[in-house]
Design a binder for this molecule. Structure first.
Ligand code: PGA
Length: 256
């Protein structure tokens, strides 16, 4: 499958921003800012905070798909403060897993991400699995080996059919929220390497069907540099996704 055959996917990660009311408004404004032709050509995913999912679903759930920003791997149980896959299923198509902020601030390991990936698929949710290197790792020339390890440890044992639907987000940690980005060709080289690791796990067909996003300070001005790359199929957007016009420009860059 070529990049042209993979539908671009642009996801908005609102992180710990917006009250439920603000999230409804932001969702409506975001959808209104994106022309309907772009909404047909590009898969758009909004990932609000958990408690805003229902309201955002009511506001725009028929126009775009929703995703959660995290989840626990158990279906239920004594895990105070956690959210299970079964709680997300009514609202979400996607779930972001292994975001670097989860790994950095909440101690998530590759094994945790693996358990969550398996649970997501078991409950009919599609994971957006985040991987990426620190600045020190990049400077030490360890990017490819580190990211390959993250992908292997997250995805081992996942079936080819599941891998084919998967989304991976390559997000260099040093580029998240910093205004710095990888270059388009650099990010593409990592995306291509990620696809090779997926191929080694589940075969070439699954790897060609899986979509790989770039994330880290993507905005309306720099999006095209990433979205024109052959192995990059979309973007995971943080800060710029809180501004409807800016997010719409990123979706526009994915439309061409
Ligand atoms: P950013 O965040 O676009 O604000 O850099 C991206 C992300 O964390 O997914």
């Amino acid at each position: 499958m070529t990049a042209q055959a993979r539908k671009p996917i642009v996801a908005a990660n609102w992180k710990m921003h917006t009250t439920p009311g603000q999230a409804r408004d932001l969702a409506a404004q975001t959808v209104a800012a994106i022309p309907s032709a772009s909404r047909a050509a590009v898969e758009i995913v909004l990932c609000p905070p958990f408690i805003a999912l229902e309201g955002v679903h009511e506001a725009v759930g028929s126009e775009v798909r929703l995703g959660a920003q995290n989840m626990h791997w158990e279906a239920q149980g004594a895990f105070t403060g956690e959210i299970s896959p079964t709680m997300l299923v009514p609202w979400c198509w996607y779930v972001i897993l292994g975001h670097s902020e989860r790994r950095q601030y909440f101690g998530e390991t590759n094994h945790d991400v693996h358990l969550k990936v398996k649970a997501a698929f078991a409950h009919g949710l599609t994971p957006i699995v985040c991987v990426g290197e620190s600045l020190a790792q990049r400077e030490a020339g360890e990017t490819h080996a580190w990211v390959a390890l993250q992908v292997r440890e997250a995805l081992h044992g996942v079936s080819p059919a599941q891998l084919a639907t998967l989304v991976l987000a390559y997000e260099p940690i040093w580029a998240i929220g910093t205004g710095k980005t990888a270059s388009g060709p650099d990010a593409n080289a990592v995306a291509a390497m990620i696809r090779e690791v997926v191929a080694a796990i589940g075969g070439a067909a699954a790897a060609q069907a899986a979509r790989v996003q770039y994330g880290g300070s993507v905005n309306g001005t720099n999006a095209a540099e990433f979205l024109c790359q052959p192995d990059i199929d979309g973007a995971l957007v943080g800060g710029a996704s809180l501004k409807p016009e800016e997010f719409a420009r990123i979706v526009g860059a994915a439309t061409v």
